[in-house]
Design a protein around this ligand. Structure first.
Ligand code: PNS
Length: 161
């Protein structure tokens, strides 16, 4: 059984993330979406529990996708859940540079390979940080996050202002 782990900050999850998860779920037997903390980013806006709830809300009810939280190193989590590969999404050259470094370190630490996917073209410009900024200015998020979570994400980001 081929199991892949798709880690990220998901702060909040976006249409781009959903696109990657669904496409990966048709390529692999099992996809583990792992919500972690990026040590290079400021502390998250959404809590781990909120992110897990949002991701579960946007996924089909019956699927080969599980959603978990992790702390510590990604490779330890990947081994613990039995993933054979790491999945990352890349939007542009600056993502690429960062992700290549991460992939090398993760491979050195564990032997795990990293597979890259790009979201479908219409989703490639979307980022969680842009979504947070747009909501701060009171604009709705239908074009950027799945409709099942739009209201929850918008309310959460605007209440926090
Ligand atoms: O969505 P992001 O911000 O690109 O997600 C980054 C994340 C959480 C996947 C990455 O920071 C991560 O793997 N963090 C765990 C610590 C780790 O294993 N770092 C890589 C080796 S130093």
């Amino acid at each position: 059984m081929k199991k892949i782990i798709y880690p990220g900050s998901f702060d909040p999850p976006t249409l781009g993330h959903l696109n990657i998860i669904l496409r990966a779920s048709s390529l692999f037997d099992y996809v583990c979406v792992a919500v972690g903390q990026n040590g290079q980013k400021p502390s998250s806006c959404f809590s781990l529990e909120e992110k897990i709830e949002l991701i579960r809300m946007m996924l089909p009810s019956k699927s080969n996708i599980e959603v978990i939280a992790f702390q510590g190193l990604l490779v330890d989590c990947a081994k613990a859940v039995g993933a054979e590969m790491i999945l990352k999404s890349i939007r542009n050259f600056s993502d690429f540079e960062y992700e290549v470094q991460q992939a090398h370190v993760n491979h050195e630490l564990s032997g795990l390979e990293t597979l890259y996917m790009q979201a479908d073209e219409q989703f490639r410009f979307i980022s969680s940080s842009l979504i947070r900024e747009i909501a701060c200015h009171g604009k709705r998020l239908h074009k950027f996050v799945p409709q099942q979570i739009e209201e929850a994400v918008f309310n959460r980001l605007t209440i926090r202002k």
